[in-house]
Design a protein around this ligand. Structure first.
Ligand code: 4AD
Ligand code: MG
Length: 479
């Protein structure tokens, strides 16, 4: 017989027929006459209840049916008498496929802290919370491809190993096959990367943008969606050393078109999750509401998770220039009462406390900040006519901070080369990138969206380590 997934069974596939269910035991309870076994197979947040009559199943058979065990059940799918579920299975046979010793299986019935679950990341996927988070993550990844596919964008696979630093920030993980205890040396004592695997020094990519720009000059509209790596020593709830980024790049786009696309994209992905993951989002919303009960009144959420997501989908993002944002901050009571830890003045980068003030206190909605001072942004951003600012944009989201970074690109060869030199990049090393300006260059723009930050926003999870299956952070690469 073919196995049917819990999700389909709960929708009433094959009522009053014999079905085969396979999954993992969440709980078992019962009395002298009957046992109730809740089974989950990951297809939905909901369990399917298996009813096992004591007269049909000996204690001996049921003793290995414990929390965590993998079982196969055959029986008749019937409308349920009990409350809480529409259907249940009247079991005729139960086979234990894999035991889970109750003495040692870490996921028992009680609620576990997220911190504890992070230490057993290989098992936490079997909990309701992480089941919901990763089903939503899956839906959102699908929505990313759907959105760009519907718009005729070409999905480009950009390399993971590169020889360039796309952000020019020097936060790269080296890739080498040299013997690090005893590397080959040049005459003047430097490590001789000519003897390395690629005949040169290489690293894990921090961004697919450079190759994305190259591709946009052929296909007009492209996007990447892949892992990127940053060796920044940031131990925060928003930073990973390995994260997934979506980077669209569009020929003939200016900054405004870029911002419009980013806003439309974010709303599309959220809406898609709302439409396709109702139950999972509702579960996480409940979870957050419980969490809120332990917080002081003024730290509680004003909106439920669903309300927050619907609000973002249904309202325009705010748009301000960096200069306007600095003015707002400097005129705020928060600033006057010296409540910001970091300095606020034209020219300094916005710290997360500033971003959060703008988004959560002042505008109370996502904000697109544009036209930053050139000295705090990357070399490839297009210089504005004022000579001081660049056509950059960051999108800031409530509770998250920066979720998107992007810009119109500097397409003018002379200015770009000058900017590279100013930040210490040798233009000769980037000859292929500069060829996009040399041959058929045109105005273009793009952005990068941090996928995990977006998943955090939709799931309401406070720590980025809880929205990627196996997080990589400083001092942590278990699993
Ligand atoms: O602002 P970033 O550094 O921009 C770029 O990499 C550009 N090349 C993008 C482009 O224009 N094509 O990173 C983009 C986004 C950030 O806004 C943030 O959401 C996410 O990537 N991000 C991180 N997410 C998790 N952990 C980290 N360490 C991150 N660093 C950036
Ligand atoms: Mg950025």
């Amino acid at each position: 017989m073919q196995r049917t997934k819990v999700k389909d069974l709960l929708q009433g596939a094959a009522v009053d027929q014999e079905v085969l269910l396979k999954g993992w035991v969440r709980t078992k309870r019962g009395n002298k006459f009957v046992n109730f076994i809740a089974v989950n197979d990951g297809s939905t947040i909901n369990n399917l209840q298996v009813v096992a009559d004591a007269e049909k199943f000996s204690e001996e058979t049921l003793k290995d049916v414990t929390t965590g065990a993998a079982i196969a059940v055959t029986g008749i799918l019937v409308a349920s008498q009990g409350k809480g579920q529409a259907f249940e299975i009247q079991a005729s046979s139960i086979e234990v496929l894999g035991k889970a010793d109750p003495e040692t299986y870490p996921l028992q019935k009680k609620a576990h802290s997220l911190e504890f679950l992070r230490e057993i990341a290989h098992l936490r996927l079997r909990t309701n919370t992480f089941g919901a988070v990763f089903r939503i993550r899956n839906t959102m990844a699908f929505a990313v491809h759907k959105f760009f596919n519907e718009k005729g964008f070409v999905y480009m696979h950009t390399p993971i190993i590169t020889a360039s630093d796309a952000e020019g920030a020097g936060e790269m993980f080296q890739v080498t096959t040299l013997d690090i205890a005893n590397p080959p040396r040049t005459e003047n004592g430097h490590i001789n990367f000519e003897e390395d695997f690629f005949g040169r020094a290489t690293n894990l990519t921090v961004s697919g943008q450079m190759e994305g720009e190259v591709a946009a000059m052929a296909f007009s509209d492209i996007y990447t969606f892949g892992p990127t790596f940053r060796a920044e020593n940031s131990n925060t709830t928003r930073h990973l050393a390995e994260f997934w980024m979506i980077e669209p790049e569009m020929a003939f786009y200016d900054l405004k078109m870029n911002a419009d696309l980013a806003e439309e994209f974010i709303k599309y992905v959220i809406r898609y999750a709302l439409e396709n993951n109702r139950e999972d989002i509702e579960f996480l919303e409940q979870r957050l509401a419980e969490e809120d009960k332990n917080k002081p009144q003024n730290e509680r959420q004003e909106m439920t998770l669903t309300e927050k997501l619907e609000f973002v989908v249904n309202n325009d993002f705010e748009r301000v220039t960096y200069t306007e944002a600095i003015d707002i901050l400097m005129n705020s009571n928060h600033y006057k009462k010296k409540k910001f830890q970091y300095e606020v003045k034209w020219g300094v980068d916005l710290q997360s406390e500033h971003e959060r003030y703008l988004v959560e206190k002042h505008f109370k909605k996502p904000v697109i900040v544009t036209d930053y001072p050139k000295d705090i942004k990357s070399f490839y951003m297009r210089l504005n006519d004022d000579g001081k600012t660049v056509a950059a944009m960051d999108i800031l989201a409530p509770g998250i901070g920066e979720i998107v970074g992007g810009s119109q690109r500097e397409e003018r060869m002379d200015i770009l080369v000058e900017r590279m030199k100013a930040v210490g990049i040798n233009p000769d090393d980037m000859w292929w990138f500069l060829d996009t300006r040399r041959f058929g260059g045109c105005p273009h723009a793009g952005f990068g969206l941090g996928f995990e930050r977006m998943v955090q926003f939709v799931t309401g999870m406070g720590n980025i380590r809880d929205v990627i299956p196996f997080p990589r952070t400083p001092q942590n690469a278990e699993f």
